[in-house]
Design a protein around this ligand. Sequence first.
Ligand code: ADP
Length: 302
Amino acid sequence: TVFVLGSINLDAVARVDDLPRPGETVAGRSLELFLGGKGANQAVAAARMGAPTRLMGAVGQDDSGASLKTKLMGYGVQVSDVLELADAPTGQAHVWVSASGENMIVVTAGANALVTPQQVAGATLEGQRILLCQLETPPTAIEALFRAGAAKGALRILNAAPALPQGAALFPLTDILILNQTELATYAKLDHEPVRLEEVSLAARKLMSRPDQTIIVTLGATGVAGVRRDEAFLVEGRKVKAIDTVGAGDCFCGALAAALAANMDLRDAVEMANAAAALSVQKSGAAPSMPNRREVEAFLER
Ligand code: ADP
C-alpha cells in the first residue's frame, strides 16, 4: 500500500487576456475547477499506477470538500483518513493565466494547515509499507508519521516541495528524498540550478544526512538523477511533446511510490515513474493527466 499524507485543494483556474493590476477588475475568458494539492495529485498518480492508495489529510465542512473526496474515490483513492473540519474551509488555489502564458497564483491552505500529529497518531499504519509526504501539510504532522512509520519498518519518501526552511529538519527521517532542480538549489544554498549529473550529485550529497539515504532529483525534460552515497545515475527524459507540465513532479512522486510498493528496485521504479511523468505532460490538468499502469507499460515497451 501507498500511504500519502498531504494536501487536498480545489484549484480554480481562470484565463484572462491580461493579468489585472492592483485595483483593476478584468473579465475572465473561462473558469475551470480541478482537484488539486500535491497530496491529492500524488495519491491519484499512485492509485492510477495500480497501488492500493490511502490519503490522509483534511478538507473543510463544505461543498468543495465533499466533492473533492468523491473525485478522489473515483480515482480509486481511499479517503477514510480525510477529515472534514468545521474550523477552516477546504484549501484552494486561485490561478490566473494570461493569454501570453504568465500566471499569478494564490494558495490558501485552509483545512490543510490544521492536520496535526494527533490526527496521524489516530491512524492505523499496520501494513503501510510506503509513506509519501510533501510540504503542503504541517511538518509536525509529517514528523509524527515518519517516526511512527520507522518503528514499523515503512519506507519514508519525502517530496520536499514547495521548498520550505523547516523542510530540511525532516531530511534525517527520510529514506528517499525527491526534489526538483529549483528545490535542490534552494536547500543546498546554490546560486544557480545544477544541470549536469556531477553538479547535481555534489549538491545532493550536501543534503544527505544518512549514509543509506537516496536523493532523487527531477530534471524536467532532461530526466531524473538518482544519488546515493557511492553511486549516481541518470535516467534520460522520454522524448515527448509537452502540452502542460503542471503536475509532472506529482505524477513522478506518486508513480515512484507505486512502483516501489510493487517491489520494483529503485532504478526500475525511477524508469517507470519517469515514463509516467512524460505521459502526464502530454495532457492538460494535474489529476486528469495521470496515466494508468497499462499506458505506462505500453509506452516503456515502445
Ligand atoms: P516539477 O513538476 O516539480 O517542476 P520536473 O519539471 O522536474 O518537476 O518534472 C518531473 C518529471 O516529469 C521529470 O523528471 C520527467 O520525468 C518528467 N518531465 C517533465 N517535463 C518533461 C518533458 N518536457 N518531457 C519529458 N518528461 C518530462
